[in-house]
Design a protein around this ligand. Structure first.
Ligand SMILES: [Ca+2]
Length: 80
């Protein structure tokens, strides 16, 4: 569904549900999928985002939406 201004509904949905986005960010930091973010995971995540290479930052951003066990792909349902 196209919205005014040319944006499509998936691009809006990415930012409209902050709890879903927070869940994705949490999982990106929780590298061992333990259900909690250790101090080491937190520091490593922040360090990568602040001082990582472009490739590392892009990989982190990709992993943000590569849910369901890190399949190595992003499917449409992950973005809506
Ligand atoms: Ca963890």
């Amino acid at each position: 569904m196209a919205l005014e201004g040319g944006l499509t509904s998936p691009s809006i949905c990415i930012f409209s549900d902050s709890s879903t986005y927070a869940h994705y960010v949490f999982n990106a930091f929780d590298q061992d999928h333990s259900g909690s973010i250790s101090f080491e995971e937190f520091v490593m995540g922040l360090s990568l985002l602040a001082r990582g290479s472009l490739h590392e930052k892009l990989q982190w951003a990709f992993n943000l939406y590569d849910i369901n066990g890190r399949l190595g792909e992003i499917i449409k349902i992950h973005l809506v």
